[in-house]
Design a protein around this ligand. Structure first.
Ligand code: PLP
Length: 428
């Protein structure tokens, strides 16, 4: 496959945009080479600037759960655009999507719309702090909650450590209020509560982790977080930006039967437009401005194009009783095909999967947290990535990313992908 035009476009972009991209994960730093520039996409396929057709396993990092250019979403956006794109005044479509979201997700009464997952998580933590009157938060190493200062904190050595910023520009003052635990480690969380009595406002967690590959919670982990939060009057925040409206109608709360206090959304809820949201019971949401003192606002929040796209997407998911089962079956088919192929070629690997999220790790040990996710063979991943790309299969350019399965994928597409893995396997 040729990427001449993409290379030219990347060169031009790099002159005026740092690194040539508007979000670092799009660059090919971890795998080498230059990013593919997209012209258009439809269903399961991307069409790049050189005219190549690629089967897409990123799907805009999650939103396109029903495939690219999903007709009801496109129609809704076109229709709304003709009526004006933003007013800074309330519109009826905001209530419609809010009603639908509240009816689909367990345990929430109200929802506030913002413009990204980052904003949703940042606002959720502020609300948790305002609601509890406490300042510290617990997050898990390897969980991503957007790029706001409090979340750019990395684990040091040892099971439990005080946060130190892993990006310049995040102050020590901010970092010291973020406490870190390894994912799937309840004892570490209990120890943090013990060491910081009456100081923890909330735990924020990806209830199924998706930003260090896909890591489902161990049995009892989410339940244990619920118990600890209740015991210490802390708020449990589920960051469902990736999992919401993807793993089940009501997200991980429904899937695992564990109630969160605040839930964050993004990605699928916007149907491919910039949307985030956070939601909770009345008791908590009433602390938010203009009802309460916790401030949060947005010029373009709830704008009609974004709301129309999100509403069409949620309606489509709501009205299709089998969609999540169908997604899970396709993902399982892919899992079995890839696992059999890699095993036949004696390539050591671990595959994690839940619903329509799957990740392939070139390591033998079970991948249960950031430390075990980091044990994968990165050189082997690079070869795998470029081999698949040459065969017309586009996966995320990083070993730490989940593949997102879309309902637009046919079993022929999955077979083509498995055949591509068979072609690459001897070179790994
Ligand atoms: C993508 C993601 C975010 C950030 O959302 P943006 O829209 O990129 O700001 C936050 N949390 C999780 C779990 C995510 O996957």
């Amino acid at each position: 496959m040729k990427y001449q035009r993409s290379s030219q476009l990347f060169k031009a972009a790099s002159k005026v945009i740092p690194g040539g991209v508007n979000s670092p994960v799009r660059a090919f730093k971890a795998v080498g080479g230059t990013p593919i520039f997209v012209n258009k996409a439809k269903g399961a396929y991307l069409y790049d600037a050189d005219g190549n057709r690629l089967i897409d396993y990123i799907n805009s990092w999650g939103p396109m759960v029903l495939g690219h250019a999903f007709p009801p979403v496109i129609e809704a956006v076109i229709e709304k655009a003709q009526l004006g794109t933003s007013f800074g005044m309330p519109t009826e479509i905001e209530t419609k999507i809010a009603e639908l979201a509240v009816s689909m997700v367990p345990n929430i009464d109200q929802i506030r719309f913002v413009n990204s997952g980052t904003e949703a998580c940042m606002s959720a933590v502020r609300l948790a702090r305002g609601f509890t009157g406490k300042e510290k938060i617990i997050k898990f190493a390897g969980c991503y909650h957007g790029h706001s200062d409090s979340f750019l904190i990395e684990a040091g050595s040892g099971a439990v450590t005080f946060g130190s910023p892993n990006s310049p520009g995040v102050t020590e003052g901010t970092a010291k209020d973020t406490l870190l635990a390894p994912y799937n480690n309840l004892e570490a969380v209990a120890a943090i509560f013990q060491a910081n009595p009456s100081e923890i406002a909330c735990i924020i967690v990806e209830p199924v982790a998706g930003n260090m590959g896909c890591i489902p919670p161990d049995s009892g982990f989410l339940e244990g977080l619920r118990v600890l939060c209740d015991a210490h009057a802390a708020v449990l925040v589920f960051d469902e930006v990736m999992t919401g409206f993807r793993l089940a109608r009501g997200g991980v709360q429904e899937l695992y039967g564990v109630n969160a206090d605040i839930v964050c959304f993004g990605k699928v809820i916007g149907g491919g437009l910039p949307v985030g949201a956070f939601a909770a019971r009345h008791e908590i949401m009433s602390h938010l401005a203009p009802l309460g003192p916790v401030y949060q606002a947005g010029t373009l929040s709830g704008n009609p194009l974004a709301m129309a796209a999100g509403y069409a997407m949620l309606q489509a998911l709501e009205s299709d009783a089998e969609v999540f089962e169908r997604l899970a079956q396709k993902t399982e088919y892919l899992h079995k095909g890839i696992a059999a192929t890699l095993t036949a070629h004696k390539i050591k690997h671990t595959i994690n999967r839940i619903g329509s999220m799957i990740s392939i790790h070139f390591s033998e040990t079970p991948v249960v947290d950031f430390e075990t996710a980091a044990e994968g063979n990165n050189e082997r991943f690079k070869t795998f990535f470029h081999g698949l790309l040459d065969a017309g299969i586009y996966i995320a350019p990083s070993a730490f990313e989940t593949w997102f399965i879309t309902d637009a994928l046919t079993y022929e597409d999955l077979d083509e992908t498995i055949a591509a893995v068979a072609k690459v396997a001897p070179t790994l």
